[in-house]
Design a protein around this ligand. Structure first.
Ligand SMILES: [Zn+2]
Length: 621
C-alpha cells in the first residue's frame, strides 16, 4: 500500500511537470499519431454463376471492425470489374499512356455489352438499415448516417450482381488458352483504411491492398466445372473433382449445379478459377501442406505441369527456409489469367509454356505469397517492396532448385541500369499508378526493388541482410509493413544507420558512380585517391591486389552510418577502415607498400554496388 502511495505521488508530480507540454498537444492525439492499427473483416458470400450468360449474383455479409482511433462517416468498396468498360479510367489510361500494356492497349474500348465487365450493388444495409451509396467507376462511395465509432464492429449486407468480362487484364472469362473463368477482383471489396487514411484507389492498372480477414465463400456453378483458388474446400466428399478423400466414392449429385464451400482464414483477398476441362493434381508435402495444380491437359501443358508436382513443393520449402515458414496449409497453382498473378494461397498463370518459363512464373508467383500474401505492404505505395522483393526471392529460389546461377540477381541489376540509361526513371516512392510510363514502373518495381535488397547485402553484409529478412518476416507478417519498417529492422540487425539508403535509393533517382581517380607514389608509400562522381553516396569496399598475388581489403564506411559492417567471409582480409563523410567528393587511402608492388586497385569487386559506370572502378598496372 505504501509503495503504491509513493508511486502515485511520483506519477502525480511527473504528470504536473509534463502537463504544460501535453496541454496544447492533447494526450490522446499523441498516442493515436504514434499508434498503428489494423481494420478487420469477415466476409460471408454466396454466389451463383450462370455459365451461359457469364453473369453472377451474390449476397455478401461483411462484418467490419474499426480498430482505428477515428470515427468513420464513410466507407468505400472496390468494384474492380467496372474497369472493363469503354471509357473507364483503365481504358483511357491505357489508350493515352505512351507505352500501353500489350494485353490491354485499346481492347477495353472495343468490348461489346456482352463482353464488358461490371459489378453493381443492388442493395446495401449497415446493421440492417439502408445506407446511401454511389457508384463512381470502380469505387462504391458509401455515406453512413450512423458513423462507425472507434473500436466497434458493424455488419454490412449487400446484394450484388456482376458480369465476368472477356479476359483483358488479370481476371475474366475465356482466356487465350481457353480457361473459362479467372475470378480475381470479382466481389465488392472493402477498401483499406490505415494510419495513412483511406486507400480507395480506382482500378487503373495496379495493384492491390486489402484488409486481413476470414472468408467464407459458397459458389454455385454448373457441376461439370472444377474449381481451384484461395481457400480450403469444406465439402470435398460431396464435390469430388479430385478433392475427395482417398477411397471415397462421390455420388453423382442431382440437378445441374454443385455448391462449393470454401473457407480461407487470415487472407486479404479471395480468388477462384473454374473450368470444365481442368485436370486437378494434388501433392501432399511432408510438412502437411497440400499443393494443388489445375490445368487443361494438352500437348503444350501436360508434360511440364506433371513436372511441377516435384518442383512446387521444393520451391515452397526453399522459400520457407530463407524467408519464413509458409503459413497456410494449401497452395494452388491454377492455369488462368494472362501471365502470372499472385493471390492469397494461390496463383493464376498461363500454362502453355516451356518448362523453364513455367517454373519461372510459378516460382515468382509463389514467392509473392511472402511479400504480397503475408507481409502485404500497400502495393500502390510500395510496389517495389512486393515485386522487387519477390523478384529477388524468386531469383534465389530458381538458382537453388532449378537452374544453378552464380549471379542470380544480375538480371535485376541489368534492368535497373537500362532504366537509368533510358532517362525515364522516377523515384521508387512514386504511386504505382502514377508513373509516367509503364516501363519506368516495371523497371523500378521489379528490378530496382530487387537491387535494393541485393545491394543491401553489400551495405550491411549478406549475413545481416539475411537475418534481417527473417526478422522482417517475424516482426511484420500480417501487418502491412512500409519502407520505414523494413529499414528499421535492417538497422537493428546491422547496428548501422540506414535512413540515407532509403532517402537516396527509394525517394530519389540519384545514381551511384565511384571512381579510382589516381594511384600514385607518396611519402608513406602509395596514395589512392577515390572519387564520388555520382549523386548518391555509398560505403566503399576497396580491394588492392599486389604483384605477388596477395590481396587486402580497405573499408570506407560512410561516416553517417555510425558504424561498420562486419567483415564478410569471402572478402580479402580487411586491413583498414577509413570513414568517408558524404560531403567530401574525394577520399585518400594511404598504403605503406610502394606503388610498384601493386597490381590492381578495385572498388567493389563483388559488383553488388549498383555503380552505373563500372569502367572507372578499377586501375590496373
Ligand atoms: Zn510479381
Amino acid at each position: 500500500m505504501i509503495f503504491f502511495k509513493k508511486k502515485l505521488e511520483m506519477v502525480k508530480s511527473r504528470f504536473r511537470s509534463l502537463l504544460g507540454l501535453f496541454f496544447f498537444v492533447g494526450m490522446s492525439t499523441l498516442s493515436a499519431q504514434n499508434g498503428r492499427f489494423q481494420q478487420a473483416v469477415a466476409y460471408k458470400m454466396e454466389v451463383a454463376m450462370d455459365v451461359v450468360t457469364n453473369q453472377y449474383k451474390g449476397v455478401q455479409s461483411l462484418s467490419y471492425t474499426n480498430n482505428s482511433p477515428d470515427t468513420l462517416k464513410r466507407v468505400f468498396y472496390h468494384l474492380y470489374y467496372n474497369a472493363f468498360q469503354p471509357g473507364s479510367m483503365m481504358d483511357v489510361r491505357s489508350r493515352t499512356i505512351s507505352d500501353p500494356d500489350q494485353r490491354v492497349k485499346d481492347r477495353i474500348s472495343k468490348l461489346t455489352p456482352e463482353e464488358i465487365g461490371f459489378i453493381h450493388a443492388t442493395n446495401l444495409t449497415m446493421n440492417g438499415k439502408p445506407v446511401r451509396y454511389k457508384e463512381v467507376g470502380t469505387i462504391l462511395e458509401v455515406d453512413l448516417d450512423q458513423p462507425i465509432l472507434p473500436n466497434s464492429s458493424v455488419k454490412f449486407d449487400m446484394a450484388f450482381e456482376g458480369q465476368v468480362p472477356l479476359q483483358v487484364r488479370r481476371s475474366g472469362r475465356d482466356s487465350e488458352e481457353g480457361v473459362r473463368y479467372s475470378m480475381s477482383q470479382w466481389y465488392p471489396k472493402m477498401a483499406n483504411y490505415d494510419e495513412q487514411g483511406w486507400h480507395a484507389n480506382p482500378y487503373v492498372a495496379r495493384e492491390f491492398y486489402g484488409i486481413w480477414g476470414d472468408f467464407d465463400v459458397k459458389i454455385t456453378i454448373d457441376k461439370t466445372y472444377t474449381l481451384g483458388g484461395t481457400g480450403y474446400l469444406q465439402n470435398p466428399n460431396q464435390i469430388g473433382h479430385g478433392y475427395q478423400d482417398e477411397g471415397v466414392k462421390v455420388s453423382e449429385p442431382k440437378g445441374k449445379t454443385l455448391t462449393w464451400h470454401f473457407v480461407a482464414p487470415q487472407v486479404h483477398d479471395f480468388m477462384w478459377a473454374a473450368d470444365n476441362k481442368y485436370k486437378h493434381d494434388k501433392v501432399q508435402m511432408a510438412n502437411g501442406i497440400t499443393v494443388h495444380h489445375f490445368y487443361i491437359p494438352g500437348e503444350k501443358t501436360s508434360e511440364n505441369w506433371e513436372k511441377l508436382k516435384e518442383i512446387t513443393p521444393k520451391a515452397i520449402d526453399y522459400l520457407s527456409q530463407k524467408f519464413g515458414q509458409y503459413p497456410y496449409k494449401q497452395f494452388s497453382v491454377v492455369q488462368g489469367g494472362d501471365g502470372g498473378m499472385e493471390y492469397a494461397m494461390s496463383t493464376l498463370i498461363t500454362g502453355e509454356r516451356t518448362l523453364p518459363s513455367l517454373v519461372g512464373v510459378m516460382v515468382h508467383e509463389l514467392a509473392h505469397c511472402w511479400f504480397h500474401g503475408v507481409l502485404a505492404s500497400n502495393e500502390s505505395l510500395y510496389p517495389w517492396m512486393d515485386e522487387g522483393f519477390t523478384s529477388y526471392a524468386s531469383n534465389l529460389a530458381m538458382a537453388a532448385i532449378f537452374q544453378p546461377n552464380p549471379a542470380p540477381q544480375r538480371s535485376s541489376y541489368g534492368g535497373y541500369f537500362r532504366l537509368v540509361k533510358s532517362g525515364l526513371e522516377e523515384p521508387m516512392s512514386t504511386h504505382a499508378d502514377h508513373y509516367q510510363t509503364n516501363s519506368a514502373y516495371s523497371a523500378a518495381a521489379y528490378s530496382k526493388g530487387a537491387v535494393f535488397l541485393a545491394q543491401l547485402g553489400y551495405v550491411i553484409g549478406e549475413e545481416a541482410r539475411d537475418r534481417g529478412m527473417l526478422r522482417y518476416w517475424n516482426t511484420w507478417k500480417f501487418k502491412h509493413p512500409n519502407v520505414n519498417d523494413l529499414v528499421r529492422v535492417m538497422e537493428k540487425e546491422s547496428g548501422l544507420e540506414l535512413d540515407w539508403y532509403k532517402e537516396y535509393f527509394v525517394n530519389s533517382t540519384k545514381t551511384i558512380d565511384y571512381a579510382v581517380k589516381e594511384v600514385k607514389a607518396s611519402e608513406q608509400g602509395t596514395a589512392i585517391i577515390l572519387e564520388r562522381v555520382g549523386g548518391m553516396p555509398m560505403p566503399i569496399d576497396l580491394v588492392v591486389t599486389y604483384q605477388d598475388g596477395t590481396k587486402e581489403s580497405i573499408y570506407l564506411p560512410l561516416e553517417m552510418m555510425r558504424g561498420e559492417k562486419v567483415a564478410e567471409k569471402d572478402a580479402p582480409k580487411r586491413t583498414k577502415s577509413i570513414a568517408w563523410p558524404w560531403t567530401h567528393p574525394t577520399q585518400t587511402v594511404v598504403l605503406e607498400k610502394p606503388v610498384t608492388s601493386i597490381k590492381s586497385v578495385e572498388i567493389d569487386p563483388s559488383k553488388r554496388m549498383a555503380d552505373i559506370q563500372a569502367e572507372n572502378n578499377k586501375v590496373e598496372f
